[in-house]
Unconditional design. Sequence first.
Length: 121
Amino acid sequence: MVCAIVRDWLTMLTERSITVIDLMALLVIAAGTVQASVTAVPALFGRSSDARRRALWLRYAHTLVAGLTLQLAADIIETATTESWAAVGKIGAIAVIRTFLNYFLERDLTDVHEREQTVSR
């Protein structure tokens, strides 16, 4: 009886946490996309330096990494309450895709950062 109550409570808490984390990821990505779009229009149609365009891309990439990290956290939490193997497989596939995207974004960010430090020396 107590185990069922605790399990139900944990399931409810987990589902709400997933919703909140997904909402946070959505807000981060949406805000970053709006900011990048508003900033990109003048950069694309005006005279903008490569450095300014690169800074814009870097800011947006950081936003995407943050959003993907939040979504991955929600996926990890979701696996705790998932009961079917098909659902676990689906969540696992999504997590792999998000991890793959996150890895390459992080790698690109590191490469750009290293190039900028080399040029500034």
